[in-house]
Design a protein around this ligand. Structure first.
Ligand SMILES: [Zn+2]
Length: 226
């Protein structure tokens, strides 16, 4: 384990060794976003894709990249951190890791809730904001499109780097996916090559909260010594 900005663990802690000792069984550690991407790439929205990217909105913005059917986690196991791609350098909002202007600092769940309060006058559950937009409320619809715009900025850069077959949107905002799908594409188009945008399938996560567990299970079966 290296850094866990959204968990209350401040010092390096040998989690794997600790769990191994307590549970007396093999223990593997992998990032939840990576596991969710692996689950979606095995049984879900990105099944069969050679290169797939997952962005999932929770407390922070989790992410996972699958390359050639395998989890890409960098040279030292800390990648990818796509929620921290720079989006708005003038933003004063800060993410859990202390950056100003990264994707997470613009549209983490908490910041979307603040956006709702500021624009709609009160704190509302995201489901209600979704229903309002579907009923034709212009402010609610504009809010979802702005969320899509921020995602589109990040996805435009990701297209240039990875040229993915599939980009999956998961987590708390995915039920409203159809309300901001076009806004993502519109913004991503400003930053990427038209052919890359055309080749990408932009989809909602299929496996919901099960994706991480399923991906983690596959990892164990692949790594365990029989
Ligand atoms: Zn950040």
């Amino acid at each position: 384990m290296h850094v866990t900005p959204n968990l209350p663990i401040k010092r390096p802690f040998p989690l794997r060794d600790h769990l191994k000792k307590e549970l007396r069984m093999p223990v593997f550690i992998q990032n939840d976003g990576n596991c969710a991407a692996f689950g979606e790439a095995t049984w879900g929205a990105a099944k069969g894709a050679r290169v797939a990217i997952l962005l999932t909105l929770g407390t922070g913005i989790g992410s996972g990249v699958i390359i050639d059917g395998k989890i890409f986690d960098g040279a030292f196991g800390q990648a990818p951190e796509l929620g921290h791609l720079p989006i708005d350098s003038r933003s004063k909002q800060m993410c859990g890791a202390g950056h100003h202007g990264c994707l997470e600092s613009c549209i983490s769940k908490e910041y979307i809730k603040k956006m709702v309060e500021r624009r709609l006058g009160k704190r509302l559950p995201l489901l209600e904001v979704e229903n309002m937009a579907r009923a034709g409320n212009k402010k609610a619809l504009a809010l979802w499109q702005d969320v899509g715009g921020y995602l589109g900025l990040a996805i435009g850069s990701l297209l240039n780097i990875f040229n993915p077959e599939v980009v999956i949107i998961g987590g708390g905002i995915s039920p409203a996916f159809d309300l901001f799908e076009e806004a993502i594409k519109k913004e991503a188009a400003k930053l990427s090559f038209p052919s890359m945008l055309k080749q990408m399938r932009l989809v909602k996560a299929h496996l919901g909260n099960e994706a991480g567990k399923l991906g983690a299970a596959r990892l164990v079966f692949e790594n365990i010594k029989h």
